[in-house]
Design a protein around this ligand. Structure first.
Ligand SMILES: Cc1cc2nc3c(=O)[nH]c(=O)nc-3n(C[C@H](O)[C@H](O)[C@H](O)COP(=O)(O)OP(=O)(O)OC[C@H]3O[C@@H](n4cnc5c(N)ncnc54)[C@H](O)[C@@H]3O)c2cc1C
Length: 480
């Protein structure tokens, strides 16, 4: 084992997304030495903002919203006057019509037709009755939605959109996912909300306002990096290639950057990179059953296509959801509706999300063809004319969404029980925890992890060995 004097009392952070940077910011502010390693050429991960010739866009518009005063305060203090307050207005495109989202009953009723509306209500009533008589087993997304919204609503909206987003049959998507995401929502509550909205009495959970940095969501990560860089360092273009350990204690990581490969030692290690990747980088490698379980956890990937347009605005919407199968993308946003600084004066851009699996026909399509298909469909939807297009850009986003297939929980348990054995490894964040975290959860995960390390540090600082300024390798006991 390495001597205490050799140990560099450094927190090494793998991944420079919101989780890793939030943790780094708190540790750095507490006077702890921090090194953040980010594989990409910029920080921000899924919450970065792409910039091209004065046009700016997120990887799918990112709205910051939290009910947690600590996280809200953290972001507001960091961003100060950069934050704008934005009104949310969204639509869903179904059966050649745009409906307000969340649903407004009269709009939806006239759009879908009275007969379909009655069918939806009738179905929902039948389901409620059936559940009163016999509780259904609720395993998949399909079970959950039919129980809570009825079969017709499932067929019209949820089935198409969910299968477009996830790329697998709704029977194979775990009910856990939808139950977590739309906790407590049902057709009755959605309608109640819609009517309350209609009479002006809003229900606070479906918020209509959010904050947004005027130059894009990536500014939050940029600001965190700037703050860390004042005392410590965030390295970009620096991918972690191996995580070295012995006796369930991490000793170092191997980092590859533009200059070559180097070994970086540390005392505490935070990993916000995908857990599946982390497991594959452990050296020595974990037992075969852990590798197997990690390999079975899958992510859904995303291809983002931005089209720059020579017009001031195309829509007045925050998001437009497109469940229809005949349109190849699932969601649109126009960044200039979030902040007018997202495009040069008098111009705008539209950003489309194609859900994909890395290596499928969408992922492998050329950028030119993807832009061409996108423009064709935007014309079909009546948004733009091809002659107005100035430019385009395609960004491929691996591991955008953890894919909650039926059975994923058992696989996660195996992987995370194993990772928990490491005494100085802290797994955090969205892909790190294989959780459907939003930005506020990612930040919270980073802050909580940093605070745990600070507490651990304080408890060891009280020990007699002065050289161990904080949790050093001598304290590295496996959590068996
Ligand atoms: C399309 C889309 C829309 C979203 N919209 C919203 C929204 O409106 N509101 C909201 O609150 N949230 C939204 N989110 C969620 C939000 O993006 C995430 O919660 C947040 O960005 C997660 O941050 P993270 O740091 O945990 O993970 P990540 O951003 O995934 O960061 C992990 C980092 O690790 C890096 N990494 C990976 N491997 C290595 C390696 N070997 N070495 C070094 N670094 C490595 C990656 O490059 C990445 O930067 C959205 C997500 C998506 C995909």
């Amino acid at each position: 084992m390495r001597k205490a004097a050799d140990v560099q009392n450094t927190a090494v952070i793998l991944g420079g997304g919101l989780t890793g940077l939030s943790a780094g910011y708190v540790l750095s502010s507490a006077g702890i030495s921090v090194k953040v390693f980010e594989r990409d050429s910029v920080v921000g991960g899924l919450s970065k903002t792409i910039v091209k010739d004065g046009f700016r866009f997120d990887l799918g518009g990112h709205r910051f919203f939290t009910k947690d005063a600590r996280i809200d305060g953290f972001v507001r203090t960091l961003m100060k006057e950069e934050l704008l307050s934005v009104n949310r207005t969204s639509k869903i495109y179904m059966r050649n019509n745009f409906f307000d989202y969340p649903l407004k009953p009269f709009n939806a009723m006239f759009g879908l037709g009275i007969l379909t509306t009655f069918k939806i209500m009738g179905d929902y009533g039948t389901e409620k009755l059936r559940r009163l008589l016999r509780e259904n087993e609720c395993v998949s997304l399909e079970d959950w939605v039919v129980n809570n919204f009825g079969r017709t609503m499932f067929n019209i909206y949820f089935k198409q959109y969910s299968e477009k987003v996830w790329g697998i049959d709704c029977k194979r998507i775990s009910a856990e996912w939808v139950a977590q995401r739309i906790k407590g929502l049902s057709l009755a509550k959605a309608l109640k909300n819609a009517f309350f909205k209609f009479t002006g009495k809003d229900i606070p959970t479906l918020t209509d306002k959010f904050v947004y940095p005027s130059l894009g969501i990536g500014r939050i990560s940029d600001r965190l990096k700037d703050e860390i860089d004042k005392k410590n360092a965030v390295y970009t273009d620096a991918g972690v290639e191996s995580v070295n350990h012995s006796d369930f204690c991490i000793d170092s990581v191997v980092v590859k950057d533009r200059k070559g490969t180097r070994i970086v030692h540390g005392t505490e290690f935070i990993s916000s990179m995908p857990a599946t990747k982390l497991v594959s980088l452990l050296n020595p490698a974990p037992p075969e059953d852990i590798l197997d379980a990690a390999a079975k956890l899958r992510f859904r990937d995303l291809v983002v296509v931005a089209i720059m347009v020579d017009r001031r605005r195309v829509t007045d919407q925050t998001w437009i959801y497109i469940p229809e199968k005949n349109i190849p993308f699932g969601r649109i946003h126009e960044p200039t509706n979030w902040s007018d600084k997202m495009a040069p004066e008098g111009k705008t851009l539209m950003v489309m999300e194609f859900f994909s699996f890395k290596g499928d026909s969408v992922w492998n399509e050329t950028d030119e063809r993807l832009q061409d298909i996108t423009i064709e469909n935007l014309e079909k939807l009546g948004f733009i004319k091809r002659s107005e297009v100035i430019d385009g850009m395609v960004v491929r986003v691996p591991k955008a969404y953890p894919l909650f297939e039926v059975g994923y929980k058992e696989l996660c348990k195996k992987v995370y029980d194993y990772l928990a054995l490491f005494s100085n490894l802290h797994v955090a964040g969205r892909t790190g925890m294989f959780r459907y975290y939003n930005m506020d959860h990612a930040i919270e995960s980073g802050l909580d992890t940093a605070e745990r390390i600070i507490q651990k540090n304080n408890s060891f600082a009280g020990d007699s060995d002065e050289e161990l300024a904080w949790a050093g390798a001598e304290k590295c006991e496996p959590r068996l």
